[in-house]
Design a binder for this molecule. Structure first.
Ligand code: C5P
Length: 225
């Protein structure tokens, strides 16, 4: 019982302009969430896979069974609330580590996840998959006001891998103080704890807009061949 996975899947996916929440859109033969869960189920080291879905979600229970370690938990208002609820769900028998992975990232590489877990456990520090920013980055609104030096900029991906207690405490206090938390690492940074950056494949995209769907469909078909 050392590592549990948490899959936040309680978003409505408003940027997708689709009538079903994005994690239930069909792509390359199954829903996005099923692709993601099939990936995670390849990891033998996970004791449980907690999926945070909305309390009124009618879709989750209709998915075909993928793995006996998968358990449904209630999501929350924001992604961070969904993750905190899932951590609390595990409270009676907590794992040492948690691996948090977005439902909307079905393309993640198992190799990258294994590297993340191994490097973090080895150094006894939490960390995340990330990829170096490739584009030139501008700051501004209607006009560009500044070009941001990109040599130390990374895109935060998931999974994000932290100690159960550290993440629960950091998320709990950050949310209580109204800090904006868009990933687990932001809560850990706020608590002044280290976050290792582990370079991962940049095709581990988060499916967010309709353009992402075409790209993800293409990449999923390629992975299956
Ligand atoms: O909306 P966004 O793409 O940032 O969501 C990232 C992940 O967090 C998605 O898998 C989404 O389902 C999940 N989420 C959640 N609870 C929320 C909002 C988003 O579990 N309240």
């Amino acid at each position: 019982n050392t590592i549990a996975a948490i899959v936040p899947a309680a978003g409505v996916g408003s940027r997708m302009q689709h009538n079903t929440p994005k994690q239930y859109i069909q792509l390359a033969g199954k829903t996005i969430l099923e692709h993601t869960l099939s990936k995670l189920s390849q990891l033998k080291s996970l004791s449980q896979i907690v999926v945070a879905v909305s309390q009124t979600d009618p879709y989750f229970d209709t998915l075909s069974p993928i793995d006996s370690r998968i358990i449904r938990a209630n999501g929350g208002q924001e992604r961070a609330d969904s993750v905190l609820n899932s951590l609390l769900f595990l409270e009676s028998n907590p794992p040492k580590w948690v691996l948090v992975h977005d439902a909307a990232r079905p393309l993640v590489s198992i190799n990258d996840i294994e590297t993340l877990i191994a490097q973090c456990i080895n150094d006894d520090e939490g960390g995340i998959l990330a990829s170096k920013v490739k584009d030139t980055i501008k700051r501004g609104h209607t006009y560009s006001e500044q070009t941001v030096p990109r040599d130390d900029l990374w895109q935060a991906l998931t999974p994000q891998f932290f100690k159960y207690d550290e993440l629960k405490n950091a998320l709990h206090s950050a949310l209580a103080q109204g800090v904006t938390i868009t990933d687990e690492a932001s809560a850990i940074e706020w608590a002044n704890k280290p976050v290792k950056l582990i370079a991962g494949r940049s095709d581990n995209i988060k499916i967010t807009t309709p353009e992402d769907l075409d790209l993800a469909g293409f990449l999923l078909n390629k992975q299956h061949n």
